[in-house]
Design a protein around this ligand. Structure first.
Ligand SMILES: [Fe+2]
Length: 180
């Protein structure tokens, strides 16, 4: 289950209901899928063939179409990152700066872990959402954020889009952001 860490206070929020209530207030969608549905050969597999990716999408077809139908997402794919990803360091450096998009950034984690760092309301400031398999998040359009991996440095996620062009990152220069 996802956990929150508020960067200014180091306060942690855990438990599905607490996390959901916090994220609701921040207008960040949080849901949960049953990651146990994945076939065993895909559970801890971070180097995926096209066939593997199609299997993951087929496994969660109902969940994907339900979410897409409610939120207007029209295309989806799979992203897999691990030490085997060429230029992982460079990619992470590119990811790890605050930016916005003109559409939601939607990720459903199917294996591994990752963190979204998101700019919250003024009373909260930046907070981390630590995600694991089964966690589904949608960071709303125009909300400053970035994504990074956790210490295990591996993740597989379903990405959903309205338009694939919507996912271009726009840098957001924020003097209130401090790396933790
Ligand atoms: Fe983003």
């Amino acid at each position: 289950m996802a956990e929150i860490r508020i960067r200014n206070t180091n306060e942690r929020i855990s438990g599905e209901e607490n996390v959901k209530a916090f994220l609701d207030k921040q207008v960040v969608l949080y849901e949960h899928w049953n990651a146990d549905k994945l076939p065993a050969h895909l559970k801890e597999n971070f180097i995926l063939s096209d066939e593997n990716k199609a299997e993951i999408l087929a496994t969660f077809d109902t969940e994907i179409k339900d979410l897409a139908g409610r939120r207007g997402y029209r295309t989806w794919d799979i992203i897999a990152l691990s030490e085997a990803t060429p230029n992982l360091e460079e990619l992470l450096k590119k990811f790890e700066s605050v930016h916005t998009h003109t559409e939601d950034e939607v990720r459903a984690i199917t294996a591994g872990k990752g963190i979204f760092v998101i700019k919250g309301t003024d009373d909260v400031g930046y907070f981390d959402v630590e995600l694991e398999a089964g966690d589904v998040i949608s960071v709303p359009e125009h909300k400053p954020h970035f994504f990074t991996l956790m210490e295990n440095r591996q993740i597989v996620a379903v990405r959903l889009f309205i338009e694939t062009e919507g996912w271009i990152a726009h840098p957001f220069e924020d003097p209130t952001f401090s790396k933790a």
